[in-house]
Design a binder for this molecule. Sequence first.
Ligand SMILES: [Zn+2]
Length: 215
Amino acid sequence: MNAFPSHTAAARGLATCAVCGKVQDHRVGHCQRCHAKLHLRTPRSIQRTLALTFAATVLYIPANVLPIMTVGGLGGEEPSTIFSGVVLFWQMHAYPVAIIIFTASVVIPILKIMAILRLCWAATRPCNPRAATRIYRLTEIVGRWSMIDVFVVAILVAVVQLGSLMTIRPGPAAVAFGGVVVLTMIAAMSFDPRLIWDRAHVTQSTPNSDADSYS
Ligand SMILES: [Zn+2]
């Protein structure tokens, strides 16, 4: 495997365990500490990441078009999409809930999909590796908060059961939205950030110290 520049750990046969982070000889096959499979670079990382991201993008459409919950009350049942739910909560003066749902359900998924596509682009084209790594870390942090909307719907369904006065039931978009969240999370995990630095070495735009932090 001499495809890697001589000063990288990969050129010396060393790989980072994707699970526990231990750097070791990849020829042993499995991590000596946690037994996860070792790879110098995750096989078909970009293809897998792109496939999952496109699947998430397709699911994003029914997640926003179909009703995510049905609010029942004295005036009958009213199905609401994510966006109409935001408007409904705003009109009910539940501003924090409206803002959280709008941010978590509309803004974050789009930003996350764009960030993942940007990373795939960065791994195949000359780019600023530091900026791309910052995007990768941001994607990881944001990923933890993507499920907030599903939690909000789950909590509302469980809590708002006021008999004939008001009930909230989940709609089909909740499943699609859950799919978007899970697929983007797996897509972000499938991406191998070391590819960004491989490309940086090819373009010879980074000092050696940057390479040493990525094995
Ligand atoms: Zn390990």
